[in-house]
Every structure is written in structure tokens, then in C-alpha cells.
Design a protein around this ligand. Structure first.
Ligand code: SAM
Length: 305
């Protein structure tokens, strides 16, 4: 437990998919004037350096946000997808002082960027890792967001119950565990089932890894069944960057070859904004053009009512 540190993975292709979906979802939900409560059950540290040892060791951001930025600068699509431009502008806004990205915003910072003080939107963050929760508290303090943002070193699955339904009856829940332990998979499904009973109209966004493991394979199917049983609309988006070409693989350092890393992940949403599917249908081909590495690359978008 707790060997996972998101700093190794910050800004990788999975973060690109997750945070792109988060930006597009928030932009839609915040068009209505009533207060929005956002719960981030697995928050991480909120802000990451892309030039520290964690990031350098993994090199994951190089094949994620940094590759996307490079592609959009060198060979921009004729009509860049609006959601993608908004996401990239957001990331740039944390890097005012230079051409190279040094900071990457995690989900708490992505969300807080959009929240409105005047509407009394709220952000509730949960992070269990002792060091990362301390870092999160310190990073959130820099935001000077006052009571808009709260941080607790508590189990996000457990803590969510007490918050649903939110007083304004408008809420977005991001569930983004590390899946470090197998029990995270059934916990995610149980958490969604319980949450839908408490707050059936809430928007739920769940990230999961696409890896050859039965629990990972079964999770989106289980989530789809839960949405259907609750008679709620759902959206499933996946992004696979594929395998590196063999020549490229052979030239890589031993460590990187031994640990080929995650190549695909998915976002499953219940009660997604009705605008999200067309927004992603425009953005994901451009993301894939930037991040796709070869065999197995692709994206899928599926939805139901
Ligand atoms: N949501 C973050 C983002 O997009 O920037 C990344 C989160 S990372 C994938 C998952 C985090 O959940 C890790 O920092 C881990 O320490 C934390 N964690 C693991 N189990 C938890 C639990 N039961 N409750 C709250 N946090 C937990």
C-alpha cells in the first residue's frame, strides 16, 4: 500500500485523457448559475514538477502532455478542437515564464481553475498518502481559495457518502484511484452504486487503466450495468497510444524497456454532459495524432441512455 506516487505519472497520456474530459465536463456544468460541488476522491498532490527526479525517471510526460504541446506547436490541426485548446491553455497558465513546461496541474488544480467564488462552488479533496496529502495541503494553500477548497487525509471512497447529495443538488465526482491494490476495482463499482442511490442525478467520472487483468477488463462492463440499472445515461471514452515501433524500443535505455508502462486507459462517466461526446469526438483524433506510437493505438467513444 502507498507505493504509488502520482508524481511519476503526472502529465502522461492517461492524465491527458482524464484532464481533457474534466475540463470539458466542468465547462458544461459551470454554465448553470447554481453552486456546483466537486468531490475529488483521490486527489494526489495537486501540482507536479515536470523537471524533477520523479518525472525524469519515468519520462511519461514526454509521451503525454509534452508530446501534445510539441505537436500542436509544430503541426497544428487546421481546426484545433476547442476542448483541447482550452486544456492546453490551462496547462500553459501554470507556466507563465518560459517555453518549456515545468509544472503540470493535477485534477484539484484543473478543477479549482474553473470554479466560481461568486456562485459558491466548492471543491472537496481527499488524499490518503501521508506525504502526498501534506504536499496537497501546501499546494492548495498557494491558491488562496479560502473555504472554496477543503482537503482531508481520509479515505475518498468512505468520505464521499457523507457529502451526497450536495445541498445545491449539483455535483461532479471524480474517482481516480491508483488501483495499486486489487480491491480498488470492486470499491469503485460499490462506490458508484451507493452514490447513485444517494444522488442519482450527480455526474460521476471514473478513470481506470486498460491492462491485461480481469478486474480492469471487467470494471467498465460493471459500471455500464450499474448505470443501466439506475436508468442513467453514460459515456465511455478510451485512449490507447499503442506500442512503440521495435526500432525505437531497441534504442531505449534498459530501464525504460523493462518497464514499458501503461499504454491505454479509459474514462467512464454517468450522467455526462450531453455536449461531451461531440466534444471528445472532435478532440480525441487530434490527441491520438499527437500521442499515438504505433501498433494498437486508437480511441473509442461509446454512450447509452
Ligand atoms: N486525481 C489525481 C490527478 O488527476 O491529478 C491523481 C490521483 S492518483 C491516480 C491516486 C491517488 O489516490 C494517489 O495519490 C494515492 O495516494 C491516493 N489514494 C489511494 N487510496 C486512496 C483512498 N482510499 N482515498 C484517498 N486517496 C487515496
Amino acid at each position: 500500500m502507498f507505493s504509488y506516487r502520482h508524481a511519476f505519472h503526472a502529465g502522461n497520456h492517461a492524465d491527458v485523457l482524464k484532464h481533457l474530459v474534466l475540463v470539458a465536463t466542468l465547462q458544461h456544468l459551470l454554465q448553470k448559475p447554481a453552486a456546483l460541488m466537486v468531490v475529488d476522491t483521490h486527489a494526489g498532490t495537486g501540482l507536479y514538477r515536470l523537471d524533477d527526479d520523479y518525472s525524469a525517471t519515468s519520462g511519461e510526460a514526454d509521451e503525454g502532455i509534452l508530446a501534445l504541446m510539441k505537436y500542436m506547436a509544430a503541426t497544428p490541426p487546421e481546426r484545433p478542437a476547442t476542448a483541447l485548446t482550452d486544456y492546453l491553455d490551462l496547462v500553459r497558465s501554470f507556466n507563465r515564464d518560459g517555453a518549456r513546461l515545468r509544472l503540470y496541474p493535477g485534477s484539484p488544480f484543473v478543477t479549482q481553475h474553473f470554479l466560481r467564488q461568486e456562485a459558491r462552488d466548492k471543491l472537496k479533496l481527499f488524499e490518503l498518502h501521508p506525504t502526498d496529502s501534506q504536499a496537497l495541503v501546501a499546494h492548495v494553500a498557494q491558491l488562496k481559495a479560502g473555504r472554496q477548497v477543503s482537503v482531508a487525509r481520509q479515505d475518498g471512497f468512505e468520505s464521499l457518502r457523507a457529502l451526497l447529495p450536495p445541498p445545491s443538488r449539483r455535483g461532479l465526482v471524480l474517482i481516480d484511484p491508483s488501483y495499486e491494490i486489487k480491491s480498488d476495482y470492486p470499491k469503485v463499482a460499490d462506490c458508484l452504486q451507493d452514490s447513485l442511490e444517494r444522488f442519482g442525478t450527480g455526474c460521476y467520472a471514473i478513470w481506470y487503466p486498460i491492462i491485461p487483468r480481469p478486474e480492469a477488463h471487467g470494471l467498465p462492463r460493471r459500471l455500464k450495468t450499474l448505470a443501466q440499472q439506475a436508468k442513467r445515461p453514460w459515456l465511455h471514452a478510451t485512449l490507447a497510444i499503442g506500442q512503440r515501433e521495435e526500432g525505437v524500443q531497441a534504442r531505449m535505455p534498459d530501464e525504460a524497456r523493462r518497464r514499458p508502462g501503461l499504454t491505454a486507459s479509459g474514462m467512464f462517466l454517468v450522467n455526462p454532459p450531453h455536449t461531451l461526446k461531440p466534444v471528445l469526438a472532435e478532440a480525441l483524433p487530434q490527441v491520438l495524432a499527437a500521442l499515438g506510437r504505433g501498433r494498437g493505438q486508437g480511441f473509442e467513444l461509446e454512450s447509452g441512455n
